[in-house]
Design a protein. Structure first.
Length: 280
């Protein structure tokens, strides 16, 4: 069995100890408040992040510098037979392209995968990929299987802040103004790696119900669903209870969003994700 290394970023939400035990190398994205820059998940706590987010007029994120990737690839290139690099959606971040460019500069051949997402689905792709690796699959075979997972992924968001999404280009100015005037809530979804508007709904309650209706349509094909939130524990637990009543056989998990999501969608954002098929 070939020895495979995994290179990913902090949007994977993987525990650092688990990553170290499984030859997974995590390069953190950057969180920027004005002139201050922090390595996501490493240099700023969740509490401090949300305190700064509430008071800062300038909050943004950036991909890791290419030099950090080059240094990583130089340090591991002689230790493994193959390297898989899998990152957050290329439609939302240039991290994967930077990783691939760094690998080329370091003289390393990598198998690159665009997860077309981040957070829970990215974590699940890596976790499932590790199982296929144990079964003797090559990096190319693992990529093919992960891409099938991506095709079977459903990922919905109810953003708390359309202002932040507008600033980052995810919501148009017209959509922002109409939503503010009519107090419309947006149900967003990931499509081909991009965040698009699925529906415009008048109340938050109905928006949440609609998201659960989308899950219910897939109930025969889903074993596990993840509820994600940006510092909104109460709503996450409320949705978990609703799922338990609607679909009691489903396994549910609650996962906090990484800071990058909160910067663009706002504190309070809620998400729901599942992957159809036997590997869900």
């Amino acid at each position: 069995m070939k020895k495979i290394a995994w290179v990913t970023d902090s949007t994977s939400t993987l525990d650092s100890a688990f990553a170290e035990q499984n030859h997974i190398y995590i390069v953190p994205l950057r969180i920027v408040f004005g002139e201050e820059c922090y390595r996501e998940t490493e240099e700023i706590s969740s509490d401090t992040f949300y305190e700064k987010l509430a008071t800062s007029s300038r909050a943004s994120s950036s991909q890791p510098p290419i030099g950090e990737f080059i240094e990583l690839y130089e340090s591991i290139k002689d230790q493994y037979d193959e390297i898989i690099t899998i990152h957050c959606s290329t439609a939302l971040s240039g991290t994967l392209h930077t990783s691939m460019q760094a690998a080329e500069m370091a003289g390393v051949t990598v198998t690159a995968i665009d997860s077309r997402a981040g957070a829970y689905p990215l974590r699940e792709m890596i976790m499932q990929g590790l199982e296929w690796q144990k079964q003797g699959c090559s990096a190319a075979e693992i990529k093919h299987r992960i891409e099938q997972m991506i095709d079977n992924m459903s990922f919905y968001l109810i953003p708390a802040s359309l202002q932040n999404l507008h600033r980052s280009g995810r919501v148009t100015g017209t959509q922002l103004i109409i939503s503010q005037l009519l107090k419309i809530h947006l149900l967003l979804r990931f499509e081909e790696g991009k965040v698009v508007v699925n529906e415009k709904i008048r109340t938050f309650k109905r928006t949440k119900e609609r998201m659960l209706e989308m899950l219910k349509k897939d109930m025969e094909k889903v074993k596990h669903v993840c509820i994600m939130h940006a510092n909104n524990h109460d709503e996450a637990h409320s949705i978990k209870q609703q799922i338990a009543e609607l679909l009691p056989r489903l396994r549910t998990e609650i996962m906090p969003f990484i800071p990058v999501v909160s910067i663009h969608a706002g504190a309070g954002t809620i998400g729901l994700c599942w992957i159809r098929g036997e590997n869900a």
